[in-house]
Design a protein around this ligand. Structure first.
Ligand code: PGA
Length: 255
């Protein structure tokens, strides 16, 4: 069975102390209340990675993700953080290709491919985000668009590399807007993505690839989304900033 994952994306929220408190609360709640096979990932700002990774080191099911990384292992890139540095904190995942990075930091397919490959070489698992904008959805071309995003980056990986990748489908129009794709809309496009993986890498790898849904996931809509056959979990922004709400989303995953 595919891995089920609920990942939080804290974005640029929480001071250092607030982040440690949030991670500690989530760790306790998950330990006490979550009994299934779901994996919980905390996507923290860089400054929290090491401390949060230590905090959750002994807690089953929880791991830590960076939200970005530079593609080089080291170098004179003032202000950047390398894949190697992220891996050295104890983080196991890195979120790449988030729409906010594509939009505000002009990250395109070539750069994202180099980041995904560097992350894999450093032993990190990429959570690779993709998804269409409102305009594309209104034009009805979202399936082709998303297939293109898969092909432009993930088709350039080897099968062994692809086996380490988690995909997050996040329609841009649903991120932070309170608008969520309906379970049926999300399921449809998750199936398109899985088919695109199968076309290039074969059915076995496609069936093993976790595809998460992101975009205004809340405890009140998570269960219905996670019940869809091709939705293997969530990437949660705003609702991951509150331990109770986030843990309730984790508990909505029946695994
Ligand atoms: P949201 O963000 O849950 O606040 O919509 C999701 C994301 O950007 O990953």
């Amino acid at each position: 069975m595919r891995k089920k994952i609920v990942a939080g994306n804290w974005k640029m929220f929480k001071t250092y102390a607030q982040g440690l408190e949030l991670a500690s609360e989530v760790a306790h709640m998950v330990q006490d209340e979550v009994h299934g096979q779901v994996e919980v990932v905390l996507g923290t700002p860089y400054i929290h990675l090491y401390a949060v990774a230590r905090q959750v080191a002994g807690v089953a099911r929880i791991s830590v993700a960076a939200q970005n990384c530079h593609q080089a292992t080291e170098g004179a890139y003032t202000g950047e953080v390398s894949v190697t540095q992220v891996a050295s904190t104890g983080a196991q995942y890195v979120i790449l290709g988030h729409s906010e990075r594509r939009q505000y930091f002009a990250e395109g397919a070539a750069l994202l491919l180099s980041k995904v490959q560097a992350a894999l070489a450093a032993g990190l698992k990429p959570i690779f985000c993709l998804g269409e904008t409102q305009d594309i959805r209104e034009a009805g071309t979202q399936d082709d668009f998303v297939r293109g995003q898969v092909a432009d980056v993930l088709y350039k990986l080897t099968p062994a590399e692809m086996a380490q990748v988690v995909i997050a489908y996040e329609p841009v129009w649903a991120i932070g807007t309170g608008l969520t794709a309906t379970p049926a809309q999300a399921q449809d496009i998750h199936a398109v993505i899985r088919k695109a993986i199968a076309t290039h890498f074969g059915d076995e790898l496609a069936q093993a690839t976790p595809i998460l849904y992101g975009g205004s996931v809340k405890a009140s809509n998570a269960e219905e989304l996670f019940a869809q056959p091709d939705i293997d979990g969530g990437l949660v922004g705003g609702a991951s900033l509150q331990s109770r709400e986030f843990t309730n989303i984790v508990k909505a995953m029946r695994a």
